[in-house]
Design a protein around this ligand. Structure first.
Ligand SMILES: [Zn+2]
Length: 432
């Protein structure tokens, strides 16, 4: 009896150990796999972030050396006070700097395009150790902090830096940011590049592997030929899926600078309020009695009555995200313009040439023709503008006016454009 019991116990104990080993195994593998998905999530989200300005800022924020400098060129409407306001220093220090500047006779009048350079010691409480202000093209005043007190000595000197125009081009293999950094382009130039293209490109989604860019920008070199700062972007081209998006810097009025595409159109593009010619606004945005359903319903778009076959234009540059059947909307096209705006065009009789999901369109390009497909009582265009995912009234849209250079201005722009194109070929020939 006793022996039997012992054997039974032995059998049970083996059984117990098998279960224990099994449970431990399951536990370990669960922990491992949750960790793995966590890691995957982290990797994925960080990859996504590479395209974002946020990460650009984060990267630049993380690269904080002890001594940094800030370069600034005065614009119309600037005062010494608001220039100093842009610096990341205490109000007390700003006051000292302002007083120092105002005490200098040759700086009584602040001009446009005057260059400022501030040098900071980020470990010190009053950060500015030196600053320079250009008085004319060849001279500048250098203010250096005395070692003990919070006071500056000033010295008039001949400028010791030279401006150089730099050309860089590359195929984007990883991210725009990484490709640009690999070329030795400074982060502030990349941030400016992203800002200029922000009206037409969604950097998170629109950049594909093997897209490319070209850029010409200013660099300032000291007497040892070291880059001490970067200036403005003169030209850029972003080639996305074989479409060129070019921009040229142009001074369209004295001291007023903007960027234009090759056709003299400002890159600060607005969306068209009426993406169709010769149409009559037949129903505006707001509450109305639905012509087919019969009850009062919010009308989330604007209707334009026009004969069947009237061309419908893309109201801004962007990418087609849908070109197909939308149920009540019939044949419809949806365009994503940037990370903020999308537009929808409904009830089309047919689509424009080459209009399909993924196609890149330019403002004014024909994307389809008026029809009466879907839930519609007669030929018209139903046009919607979506801002940050919310449908808004297109007729009340307030966006920077997309300046188009015409007449004399256009001719002057063309001359400027040719100069830049020649400059570009010269810079390219120097590389090869
Ligand atoms: Zn409608």
């Amino acid at each position: 009896m006793k022996i039997f019991k012992l054997e039974l116990y032995k059998e049970y104990s083996i059984f117990f150990w098998i279960i224990l080993v099994g449970i431990t195994g399951i536990l370990i593998s669960t922990i491992y796999s949750t960790n793995k998905t966590d890691q995957n999530k982290k990797i994925k989200s960080s990859l996504n972030n590479i395209y974002l300005k946020k990460s650009i800022q984060e990267i630049t924020r993380n690269l904080k050396p002890r001594y940094t400098s800030k370069f600034y060129v005065s614009k119309s409407g600037d005062t010494y006070e608001n220039i100093l306001k842009k610096l990341d220093i205490t109000n007390k220090e700003k006051k000292i700097l302002l007083q120092t500047i105002l005490n200098e006779k040759s700086l009584k009048v602040l001009r446009i395009n005057q260059k400022f350079t501030f040098k900071f010691d980020n470990l010190s409480t009053s950060k500015v150790v030196e600053f320079k202000i250009e008085t004319d093209k060849k001279n500048e005043i250098v203010f250096s902090k005395k070692s003990v007190e919070n006071e500056f000595t000033s010295k008039k000197i001949k400028k010791n830096y030279s401006k150089k125009l730099v050309y860089k081009e590359t195929i984007i293999t990883d991210s725009l940011y990484k490709s640009a950094i690999n070329l030795g382009i400074k982060p502030n130039v990349i941030v400016e590049f992203a800002r200029l293209y922000g009206f037409q490109v969604d950097f998170q989604r629109d950049i594909w592997k093997n897209d490319s860019f070209q850029i010409i920008y200013e660099e300032f070199l000291n007497e040892k030929n070291l880059v001490i700062d970067t200036g403005e972007i003169i030209f850029a081209n972003l080639n996305l899926q074989d479409t060129d998006l070019q921009l040229y810097k142009y001074e369209y009025e004295k001291n007023k600078i903007d960027y234009f595409d090759e056709n003299g159109k400002s890159i600060k593009k607005t969306l068209m309020k009426t993406p169709i010619n010769g149409a009559r606004l037949s129903s505006s945005y707001g509450k109305r009695k639905h012509p087919i359903l019969g009850y009062t319903k919010m009308h989330t778009g604007t209707d334009f009555a026009a004969p069947t076959g009237t061309p419908i234009m893309a109201s801004g540059d962007g990418k087609v995200t849908k070109a197909g059947w939308c149920g009540g909307g019939g044949n419809c096209v949806k365009i994503k313009h940037n990370s903020t705006y999308q537009t929808v065009y409904a009830h089309m009789s047919k689509f424009g040439r080459g209009i399909k999901k993924g196609a890149r369109v330019k403002q004014g390009q024909i994307i389809g023709y008026v029809g009466s497909t879907g839930m519609s009582t007669g030929p018209h265009l139903h046009y919607e503008v979506i801002e940050n995912g919310k449908k808004i009234n297109s007729q009340k849209l307030k966006l920077p006016s997309g300046k188009i250079l015409k007449g004399k201005d256009r001719k002057k722009f063309e001359v400027n454009k040719i100069k830049i194109d020649v400059l570009k070929s010269n810079l390219i020939s120097k590389i090869n």
